[in-house]
Design a protein around this ligand. Sequence first.
Ligand SMILES: [Zn+2]
Length: 294
Amino acid sequence: MHLSRQTKVLIGALLVALIAGGAFFFAHGKGASEAAMSGDQARYAETPSEATPAPMATASSTAQARVPIVVYHIVRPSYPSDSAAVKALALTPEIFDAEMKYLKDAGYHVVPFSALENYFLKGTPLPSHPIIISFDDGWSDQFTYAFPILEKYRYPATFFVFTNPIGTRGFLTWDNLREMRDAGMTIASHSRSHPFLTKITDPSVLWNEIDGSKQTLEKHLGITVTEFAYPFGQYNDAIVALVKKAGYRAARGDYVQRGGKQSLDQLYELSALNAPTTLDLFKRKFPAVTASDP
Ligand SMILES: [Zn+2]
């Protein structure tokens, strides 16, 4: 995707986005807020049905790499009260451990998000069969159950957190995040309040969600935050422009199936997939690397 840097074009795109977003908000705002109040741990999850069609890649940049990005939301023991939406996203710690072990045994190399950015931006080589493991929404279960397993395999995973609920019931605390940071995990932004960014009409609110979340994480953690994940996988050209302006180096988009292929001109709309919830499905998605396929 090509985005003009000219201010006039940017302002024009922003206005169109604001008008369209405003109309959509008035039509659908109530339903969205009701869903957010459901108390369901799946409520912030990015699902394929929410996906935005991604623009076609332009021919100007052909740099490509196969780096699948797997998105985990819920890793914890299953509860009898779990809704169907939660079940579709949740893995027990045992299944998560089995998937992580399988990756190692099957010849994959878990890389941090920065490896993908450095490959495209600096030409830093990637290991063979790289794969990115990411977590969304900052549930405290991720620290309790997934983090020890990631440490066991020494996998550098990326945690996309939205900053407003940090430290509140059910969510990661700043101490959790510091501990994960110190263990080599990447902490990245998933906005402040996890809104539908495409529905926000006030540019200052949009900027606060995108840039403010980055500032908050950097201030509390003493790190530079370079990755953003669009809440619900929703974005448009004006939002991508703000993400670039805020200084992010990459952003995770929606669930467009590109077979894990990433490219330089899609660095701000990287494709991803929700983690398969059984080991069988996971193996089917990520076949073992064979000797003839080094
Ligand atoms: Zn989310």
